[in-house]
Design a protein around this ligand. Structure first.
Ligand code: MSP
Length: 622
């Protein structure tokens, strides 16, 4: 009999910035489900990718002055690399610029068009580029998008519309007949209420602006990015041999995009006559130290940072142990380290270490494993199948506690203890079950344990008695982390970054965290130092007079470079100055600007940046 299939998807990510903890969250969740189903011998297909045809992606490339294709190629690669570091076992990484995707989108549009579900009209309303979504005036708060608090763009243009309103009843029936379609249940009612209240037709095209998939029946328009993006889930199953995976078993999404997946997507599929996915599951959002994750405010933790705290498996474990999947969670380095130390190192790590050390000396002897009866396998299975990952982990760790109590109680290290090898067999066989159940969450660790205790990672193997083999003392699986050192180290790093940021090279160093409009506000000019004076009572500062050419004239700047330059090294030196900063009083002198300089990490070296060739004073830096 053919294996049962399991098809899981993540949202496809806008390649506008590198992936962070929020985007990694769904991808790890999908990986957990993919690995969980594959150890049950299911034929798994796991899809992720990038959503490249969005206007915001186009704008991000323009702001950085990088050709759009080059930009999306680079960023989609960054996503792939990040997922590799997190051990994500996806089967396809789809990009909406892939040729087969373009073809599928156009095919679906043609079917809907021929059916009479698409008509030409005029769109008048608002658009938020950050969410790539349409709003009416009454949706906005002071003219701003309710989610992003940024000004929504007023659009008045010819557009093709999809008859979304026509599917209102069918959608309501769907939710009623298939209670598992929108999950968790807590998020369902809001969608139902909105669909009941009003379902307006959806504008699905924009006048072509040079980026995006063209409408097959009107090449002067390109497809609305959400129509394009949602279709990716179906595209991936149009490849030869992949048809069997449709419909998807679950689309995992963040709560902010549930509407698109549970209303627009099924309506598109209704119109085309394609089967619907079984479930759309909306997870909660992570905040960072109780603040919204925001790149511009430095409240972001990217994948490298996440992994560097306590390793990949600890990060994966933490994200799913800390908070129920459907609810919001708060991330902090301390909380992650605490779980790493107290649960992974103290409980799991110690158990493996003690059992393997004793098994190396005393060996194992087969016996009936009574200890494993305390493992609630059915419950754990049920929890994972129902996205209750925190509960599953909690149950697995309750069993680890029982194993630790068992070893403590039986004392197989004492000379007087009888049946040492049998006690150790019960423990080793239980460790097998633990490692297999943990595999979706901590794959690297489980693989190490499996190698050491000689078993295969499949669900069936849990109920097969462990084969006796030679076991060697294990390496340390989780090294405890000194939370104080780690946080001090991190704060120090943050402070160094902050101080060098806020001083000389603010504009450049912050390129990645401020947007282009903000960067453009800086006025950088070429100047020449014409006078250098000491300032009484200041051993780090010079008072400089700088000539900025005919138009801008001369001005005074206080600069903290005394320990790095002698006066005669500065005299007549050409420099670059931040010319439009608000004046600041320093030691009673009004300082008007800052010098551009390169600074090493601990600020022991400061080198002023000078233009390499001669250029008129006052020239702009671009
Ligand atoms: N491109 C669309 C999805 C199209 S799917 C057909 C998109 N992309 S996104 O890059 O903006 O966001 C992708 C996912 O990341 C969303 O599911 C969103 O909820 C999730 N997250 C972004 N920040 C997050 C947190 N801070 N916490 C948890 N998830 C977060 O939307």
């Amino acid at each position: 009999m053919a294996n049962k299939k399991f098809y899981v998807t993540t949202p496809i990510f806008y390649p506008t910035a590198e992936p962070h903890i929020g985007t990694a969250y769904t991808v790890i969740a999908a990986d957990i489900l993919a690995r969980w189903n594959s150890i049950q011998n299911k034929d798994v297909f796991f899809l992720t990718g990038t959503d490249e045809n969005a206007k915001k992606v186009f704008q991000a490339a323009q702001e950085r002055r990088i050709p759009i294709k080059e930009f999306v190629d680079k960023l989609s690669q960054d996503f792939k690399e990040a997922w590799k570091k997190l051990n994500i076992s996806y089967n396809r990484f789809i990009r909406t610029t892939d040729k087969d995707h373009e073809k599928t989108v156009q095919n679906l549009l043609n079917i809907t068009y021929k059916k009479g579900d698409i008509y030409l009209g005029k769109y008048e309303g608002y658009y938020c580029i950050a969410c790539e979504a349409y709003y009416t005036e009454k949706d906005l708060i002071n003219g701003c998008c309710p989610t992003h608090q940024t000004k929504a763009e007023l659009i008045k243009e010819e557009s093709y519309f999809f008859k979304l309103s026509k599917y209102q009843k069918k959608l309501l029936d769907l939710y009623k007949k298939n209670p598992e379609f929108i999950q968790p249940a807590s998020k369902k009612q809001e969608i139902i209420n909105r669909v009941k209240k009003e379902l307006r037709d959806l504008s699905i095209s924009r006048k072509d602006y040079g980026w995006g998939i063209k409408l097959p029946f009107d090449k002067t328009h390109c497809v609305y990015v959400w129509y394009d993006a949602l279709t990716n889930y179906y595209t991936a199953t149009r490849e030869k041999g992949k048809e069997k995976y449709w419909p998807a078993d679950v689309h995992l999404v963040g709560k902010d995009i549930l509407w698109f997946h549970s209303v627009i997507w099924p309506a598109i599929l209704f119109s085309v006559g394609i089967k619907l996915p079984k479930t759309v599951y909306a997870h909660g959002w992570w905040t960072f130290n109780n603040e919204k994750i925001s790149k511009s405010r430095g409240k972001v933790i990217n994948v490298d940072e996440l992994i560097s705290i306590a390793g990949v498996d600890s990060a994966r474990y933490f994200l799913f142990r800390e908070t129920p999947f459907g609810e919001d969670g708060d991330f902090s380095t301390e909380a992650l380290i605490n779980r790493h130390n107290n649960e992974l190192a103290n409980k799991l790590g110690n158990l493996i270490s003690r059992v393997s050390t004793l098994a190396e000396t005393h060996g194992l002897k087969k016996t009936q494993n009574k200890l494993i009866k305390k493992l609630k396998i059915k419950e754990i299975q049920n929890y994972i199948d129902n996205y209750q990952f925190d509960k599953a982990l909690s149950e697995i760790f309750a069993f680890i506690d029982k194993c630790n109590l068992f070893i403590q109680d039986k004392k197989p290290w004492e000379n007087a203890t009888k049946n040492k090898s049998e006690i150790l067999y019960e423990l080793a066989d239980s460790i097998k079950a633990i490692a297999i159940l943990l595999y979706p969450f901590t794959p690297q660790t489980s693989e190490k344990i499996a190698k050491q205790f000689h078993f295969n990672i499949t669900f069936k193997e849990i109920s097969k008695p462990l084969t006796i083999s030679k076991i060697k003392k294990s390496e340390i699986l989780f090294r405890k982390i000194d939370i104080k050192n780690k946080t001090e180290e991190k704060n120090k790093k943050d402070n160094i970054n902050k101080s060098s940021l806020s001083s000389r090279i603010e504009g450049i160093a912050a390129m990645n965290t401020i947007n282009y409009n903000e960067w453009e506000k800086l006025d950088l000019r070429v100047g020449q130092i014409i006078k250098v004076e000491d300032i009484e009572g200041a051993d780090k500062l010079y008072k400089l007079e700088i000539d900025l050419g005919k138009q801008l004239g001369k001005r005074t700047v206080c600069a903290g470079i005394k320990q790095h330059y002698k006066k005669d090294q500065l005299k007549n030196k050409k420099v670059i100055i931040f010319a439009n900063l608000a004046p600041r009083m320093i030691k009673g002198i009004e300082s008007k600007g800052m010098l551009l300089a390169a600074v090493n990490e601990n600020e022991s070296k400061i080198i002023l940046i000078s233009p390499e060739k001669d250029i008129e004073l006052g020239s702009k830096i671009r």
